[in-house]
Design a protein around this ligand. Sequence first.
Ligand SMILES: Cc1ncc(COP(=O)(O)O)c(C=O)c1O
Length: 424
Amino acid sequence: MPSKFSHLYSKNAKEMKASEIRELLKLTERKEVISFAGGLPSPEAFPVDKVREICNYLLDEKGPNILQYGTTEGVTELRKAIADRMVGKGMNINYHNVLITAGSQQALDLIGKTFLDPDDTVIVGAPTYMGGTNAFRSYGALLESVPVDEEGMDPEALEDKIKQLQMHGRNPELLYLVPAFQNPSGVTMTMERRKRVLEIAREYDMVVIEDAPYSELRYSGQAIKPMKTMDEDGRVIYLGTFSKVLAPGFRVAWCIADKDLLNKLIIVKQAADLCTNTFGQHIAAEYLTRGYLDQHLEKIKSLYKHKRDRMLAAMDRHFPAEAKWTKPEGGMFIWVTLPENIDTKEMFTRALENNVAYVHGASFFADRSGRNTMRLNFTYATDAEIDEGIKRLAETVRNEIAMHKKETPAKDFRPDEDGMVFGV
Ligand SMILES: Cc1ncc(COP(=O)(O)O)c(C=O)c1O
């Protein structure tokens, strides 16, 4: 039911729609449904005892101070601990370059608020993280997609896209990337492409957002340095978060940027929330400085590697030859591509009847292509659920393929039916 005040809503708010997928996701909460839909860490991975120990220490030793308002830029101990960690990854920064935000999602919103006027252009991957596209859209930005393949965003296609846009008088301002174990595809951008994409960003004067919530979750293969380590002129804004490596409930994340740009983001954040949750920041600072994060990472990496391998093995066993999927070296997601005439959004109802859930791929494409794709999360389900859920999903896929054998490709997407999709 529309509110009786909806005629007073801002233009932007009027355009923000909840998607039917949210309603569908509610159905996945039925306990008989095995869900690979949400991007959730495993509850087994939350360090409850260590958090309890730190909370007791903080309340006993630091008392009321940690419950006070804090500065907008964040708790200094935490900023320093994060700066040290990022310097260790090769970034040439110090704690004055660090802003603590309420999740990386807030940083995406603040960046949108800082840079975007209605009809400004943002370039995103196809596919990409829907929380990013939604944040930019909420400021009236126009999104343009560039294909992401097994090596990340394709630089040639990026340059072609920019040239095409410029021919129409449009100069893209922001380039949004999730280079490491991308949500949704699990793909990691190669070093060669990172360098080339950065050169292109310099040449066409775009600010690059390097959104890296999964970068510490590598289970195999060689580490690749963040783009921020190659940033010569401060045009890369790097986003990190405790959500996937400690717990998302804290809503503590960090944004690393050139000092002057960071100062602007701080001013913008002041109007949003004054400061990020100080208690959570103190807990995160202790967690880092006591070395608990590194110990914990070892534990969750082995847990998640096991789950990834379990899901890939189950897919090898059960999925039909027509299905293709990524073999991510880290992160939380496997990306599945089905034959072109399969629409995973339509198939979702059948999957639910079979008590298994995923996120249909089109929600990760700004142009709503990718109708034959889907995202599977491998970190949340138990081993037994992975085995059984993949079996059910494979059966659903087989039936769907059999049903569509003689049909023509799926009909075109109609954006107004789907609205915007929110979620991790
Ligand atoms: C690529 C990406 N960016 C940002 C976020 C938001 O993370 P946070 O919990 O720090 O707001 C997510 C969450 O899934 C994500 O996948």
